[in-house]
Each structure stands twice: as structure tokens, then as C-alpha cells.
Design a protein around this ligand. Structure first.
Ligand code: HEC
Length: 147
């Protein structure tokens, strides 16, 4: 099969991200990525930086509390996953979240979730987003409101 280079690239990326093909199937990160621990300490400052980046880059799809209800969210099987789901939070390691945020996911050349290697160019910043994503966990105690 001959493809224009861009389509071939997109297909290559999709194949890497999801060896089984269809995006309805599991999105599997490489074992080495899954095993990486977050090297950035989680504290008020790093979580706040992660929150600001999340609001700018992720909230349009994933929504303010991670529920997948942002204005850019697509319905049906292209819908963003609910990041506040405790089962999802438990299933994914920090390294896996970092990898998914970095790589993004395409399905046959159509972007389900963009990769953020360029828009959040600092890997430390992407690790800070991971810290913030952890605060969305629906099983975590409610965050106190700032007065
Ligand atoms: C254009 C909409 C869009 C944007 C922007 C977006 N996402 Fe996603 N995200 C999705 C969709 C759709 C999926 C589900 C992909 C799939 O597996 O089919 C997803 C999946 C994920 C997953 C994997 C969940 C799982 O069950 O494997 C994580 C983690 C995630 N997003 C975090 C983020 C973070 C953090 C950002 C911002 C840096 C972000 N996303 C920006 C649409 C988006």
C-alpha cells in the first residue's frame, strides 16, 4: 500500500500507540515508560503549575474536574476518558500518564488526543501536569475551597 508520507507517519504513530489497531481497544504504553517514576516533587507549587497547564491544554476536552465534559470533548467512543475515575487512576502509573500526554493518540490519522511534546515542551512541566491529574482522582478527599 502506498501512502503519502504524512498519512504513513500518522499510521505509524497509531500502530506504535495501539498495536492492536482499533482505538476502541486498549491504549498501551511501553513497559519502560510505564515504569518511570515522577522525578518532580509534588508540592503546592508544582501542582499549581500543573493545574495552570491543565486548564490551558487539557480542560477543553477533559473538563475542569477531569470528567471528560469540556467544550471540545467529542461524544461516543471518541470521548475523552474520565480522569477522575478512581479505577483509571489506579490502572495508570505516573510514567504511563506522562507517556500518553507526550505522545497523544491518533486513530487512522485522526487525532483523538494531541501529543504535548511541543506545546508543553518541558518534560518537568509535563510531570507537573501528572501531579495535577492525580488531584482529580474522584476517590481523593474533596479539595478545600480557598477563602
Ligand atoms: C482534543 C481533546 C483532548 C485534549 C486536548 C486532551 N485529551 Fe486526553 N484524551 C482525549 C481522548 C479522546 C482520550 C481517549 C483516547 C482513547 O484511548 O481513545 C484521552 C485520554 C487521556 C488519557 C488516558 C486515559 C486512559 O484511560 O488511558 C490521559 C491520561 C489523558 N487523556 C490526559 C490528558 C492531559 C493531561 C491532557 C492535557 C495535557 C489531555 N489529556 C488533553 C482527549 C483529549
Amino acid at each position: 500500500m502506498r501512502l503519502p508520507p504524512r498519512a504513513a507517519l500518522a499510521l505509524g504513530a497509531a500502530a506504535l500507540a495501539a498495536p492492536a489497531g482499533a482505538h476502541a481497544k486498549k491504549w498501551v504504553a511501553p513497559a519502560a515508560a510505564v515504569a518511570r517514576a515522577n522525578p518532580v516533587p509534588g508540592n503546592a507549587e508544582t501542582v499549581e503549575r500543573g493545574r495552570a497547564l491543565y486548564v490551558e491544554h487539557c480542560e477543553p476536552c477533559h473538563g475542569p474536574r477531569g470528567k471528560g465534559d469540556g467544550p471540545e470533548a467529542k461524544p461516543g467512543h471518541d470521548a475523552p476518558h474520565d480522569l477522575s475515575d478512581p479505577a483509571l487512576q489506579k490502572r495508570m502509573t505516573d510514567g504511563e500518564i506522562l507517556w500518553k500526554v507526550t505522545e497523544g493518540r491518533t486513530d487512522g490519522g485522526h487525532v483523538l488526543m494531541p501529543g504535548f511534546a511541543e506545546d508543553i515542551a518541558s518534560e518537568d512541566d509535563r510531570w507537573k501536569v501528572v501531579h495535577f491529574v492525580r488531584t482529580l482522582n474522584g476517590s481523593a478527599p474533596a479539595q478545600p475551597h480557598a477563602h
